[in-house]
Design a protein around this ligand. Structure first.
Ligand code: PEP
Ligand code: MN
Length: 332
């Protein structure tokens, strides 16, 4: 249950009530918001006098639910805003991994040349094999910071585990919680304590409910700037790397109030499919697209087969604008 407490009650009283019901207390704007376990169906009599409004749920999707807020939440990333009534699809581009200053600078210049604002690049890579490139770590993060300072770009990079989450929170503009990391409570709880935007990727074996529950950890801990990212599921099919769950996206649009980003690069796994899939994604009226691009994909240290070269990336961006416009969106 979510309860909006009356403005007249003191913070101390609100905290006492929260403790009594094992709930989470948030400040949302001026409101004291109390979230209890979902199965509570009636406002307990002893606190009725302190409650303005309440919402009842039949499962643990509460703060993220359209039942609670029918309008889509807005999230500000640098100078741009997604979600809400913006009807804007934010194109976040860059390499899978930050590999060198020269490489990440070329990506930054590519974005600036196209009028884009948000640079991606992994520094702590969650690789399947310990023998693969693991990322540049803090050194890579500092290169992203340098790109922000020199080009005015926002940067998004992923947390692999809780050991470096505070570095990522400090240095990035958007914290990416990877598909393998989205169950990591240390990461989610740390993300709840910042106000920076958090982009949570859906695990490849994660149900929609579990996915949104991960978002609830961040929302209920006090950070309302949460973005969901669909990046493909593991199915019986092996010709593509994963299977992009567009049905799931339609479900999230219908039932949740969070901005939604799609990542066709990881879903497809092969560059040839990324442009067509991207157009399909944008045609759904989404809040963002995450695309991997590399100056020379053949020699990329991670995800070589799916990264677009810069010519392909430029062509993709141009081809997306009319698709976005056809559903009343703009590419930003
Ligand atoms: C990535 O964005 O490079 C990445 C590793 O993504 P995912 O967590 O979706 O596999
Ligand atoms: Mn990648």
């Amino acid at each position: 249950m979510i309860l909006h407490l009356k403005d007249t009650i003191s913070n101390e009283k609100a905290q006492l009530i929260a403790k009594q019901y094992n709930g989470f207390l948030l400040k949302s704007g001026e409101k004291n918001v109390l979230i209890t376990e979902a199965l509570l169906k009636e406002v307990p009599q002893d606190i009725e006098a302190f409650v303005d409004e309440f919402w009842v749920f039949d499962n643990d999707i509460q703060l993220a639910s359209k039942k609670y807020r029918s309008d889509k939440r807005e999230v500000k990333i640098g100078n741009v805003t997604i979600g809400g009534q913006q009807n804007a699809t934010l194109l976040m581009g860059g390499p899978c991994s930050v590999e060198s200053e020269e490489q990440i600078r070329s990506a930054a210049e590519l974005l600036v040349g196209l009028g884009l604002t948000t640079l991606r690049g992994g520094c702590y890579k969650p690789r399947t094999s310990p023998y693969s490139f693991q990322g540049m770590g803090l050194e890579g993060l500092k290169l992203l910071v340098k790109m922000r300072e020199e080009y005015g770009l926002s940067v998004i990079t992923e947390a692999r585990d809780a050991t470096h989450i505070h570095e990522i929170i400090e240095h990035s503009d958007v914290i990416q919680v990877g598909a393998k990391a989205m169950y990591d409570q240390g990461i989610l709880r740390a993300c709840a304590k910042t106000q920076k935007p958090v982009l949570i990727k859906r695990g490849f074996g994660t149900t929609l409910k579990e996915f949104v529950q991960a978002a609830e950890f961040v929302l209920s801990g006090g950070n309302e700037n949460v973005i969901l990212c669909e990046r493909g599921l593991r199915t019986f099919e092996t010709n593509t790397r994963f299977t992009l769950d567009l049905c799931g996206v339609a479900w999230l649009q219908e039932h949740t109030n969070l901005p939604i980003v799609l990542d066709p690069s990881h879903a497809m796994g092969y560059a040839y499919g990324v442009p067509v899939l991207s157009r399909a994604c944008v045609a759904m009226g989404i809040d963002g697209l995450l695309i991997e691009t590399h100056p020379n994909p053949k020699v990329a240290k991670s995800d070589a087969s799916q990264q677009l070269n810069y010519d392909e990336f430029k062509q993709l961006v141009e081809s997306l604008r009319p698709v976005a416009a056809s559903v009343g969106y703009s590419m930003i």
